[in-house]
Ligand binder design. Structure first.
Ligand SMILES: Cc1cc2nc3c(=O)[nH]c(=O)nc-3n(C[C@H](O)[C@H](O)[C@H](O)COP(=O)(O)OP(=O)(O)OC[C@H]3O[C@@H](n4cnc5c(N)ncnc54)[C@H](O)[C@@H]3O)c2cc1C
Length: 330
């Protein structure tokens, strides 16, 4: 017999959200009876599984900042478990098919926000179109987290040390957002306002990420230094270079994660490359210019001076690799 799907639990008043209530009637009941309602880790909340985009947006319009969309849950649920986030209502968007997948046309590729990292990693056509993203994905967390985490959740969470926001800025991505009553689009560079804060209004959802297709003779490189594999970056750099028919640099994008409150766009510091065939000396000049431009805050893992030093080293290496790839047509 098909199981009836329950899509609404009111979890704010303790039971049935306590572990004992959840297991009542099961064979494990005896060992769990008597657990207090405080056994739950997050603060009490109400859970609603949205069946459509319209329903999700209507709920967000109704509850505003009181409600959070639940995508992969890989940032939101840990934050709730530590009670750093205490949304009264969780709107689960995982059942909305329209928010998943990659659609490519002649000029752009559009990625649904609910597309999981793992889906992108397994999409060879996507990797071919956006090697910068493909190179960065394995640096994000661990396989279990990449199985659940989504591109939209990542960008909306706006962690300054996260790889994808810096890459979205490097790729000149455009974000489409919707509320129940309006739709608008925002340049990636304008989306990230400060640490963990975006330009999204309380009633809006990120509904599509639009990536312009890359010009011929474009090469890219993503590199980062982290304490351990899967950790957030101490410094990460995304470089993308386009050469003209005479091997001169026609376009250069250079962005960083981990060295500011938002992704840092250092492309102006690299604009000295434009109009000439790049050389090791000019890469060194760009690296020096980046080191004076960025203002890393330092952390328990790395001093600001160390971050600045690493940013310079990675800049030179990433530019050299992106140039080589543009030259070789990779
Ligand atoms: C141990 C560990 C290591 C990690 N390491 C890294 C790392 O190295 N690099 C990295 O980038 N990330 C890392 N992460 C975070 C991970 O990438 C998350 O998956 C990601 O930040 C959030 O995506 P999510 O789909 O899980 O979103 P959720 O956790 O579900 O949501 C995150 C936030 O975005 C909001 N949101 C979700 N979708 C939308 C939408 N479409 N529109 C508007 N708001 C939305 C939610 O309401 C919530 O506020 C790590 C996480 C863990 C637990």
């Amino acid at each position: 017999m098909a199981r009836k799907r329950r899509d609404f639990f009111d979890l704010r008043d303790g039971p049935p959200h306590t572990l004992s209530a959840a297991f009542r009637g099961s064979r494990n009941a005896l060992s769990l009876v008597g657990l207090p309602s405080s056994a739950m880790k997050p603060a009490p909340f109400k859970y609603i599984a949205a069946n459509s985009l319209e329903q999700a947006l209507a709920l967000k319009a109704q509850y505003g900042d009181e409600a959070k969309f639940l995508a992969g849950g890989q940032s939101l649920i840990p934050a709730m478990n530590f009670r750093l986030a205490r949304p009264a209502i969780l709107i689960d968007i995982n059942g909305i098919e329209a928010l998943c997948g990659v659609r490519t046309s002649e000029a752009t590729t559009r990625v649904g926000p609910l597309t999981r990292y793992r889906t992108l990693q397994r999409d060879a056509a996507f990797a071919g179109l956006f090697p910068l993203i493909d190179e960065a994905l394995p640096h994000i967390a661990h396989p279990q987290i990449r199985n659940r985490g989504t591109i939209g959740g990542n960008l909306s969470h706006a962690d300054p040390a996260s790889e994808l926001p810096a890459i979205a800025v490097a790729l000149r991505a455009r974000f489409h957002v919707q509320s129940a009553t309006r739709a608008r689009s925002i340049e990636a560079a304008d989306f990230f306002v400060s640490a963990l804060t975006t330009d999204l209004e309380p009633d809006e959802m990120l509904t599509e990420i639009e990536l312009p297709l890359q010009s011929p003779r474009t090469g890219s490189c993503f590199m980062e230094v982290a304490r351990r594999r899967g950790d957030f970056a101490i410094v990460g750099v995304a470089a993308q270079m386009t050469l003209d028919d005479h091997d001169a640099c026609r376009d250069i994008r250079l962005t960083f994660c981990g060295v500011g409150e938002t992704p840092v766009d250092a492309s102006p510091a690299a604009s000295m490359l434009i109009g000439q065939p790049p050389t090791g000396n000019t890469f060194r000049d760009v690296a020096a210019s980046v080191q004076t431009m960025i203002e890393p805050a330092g952390s328990v893992h790395a001093t600001a001076d160390y971050q600045r030093h690493i940013a310079g080293v990675l800049t030179e290496r990433a530019l050299r690799t992106a140039h080589q790839r543009a030259h070789d047509g990779r």
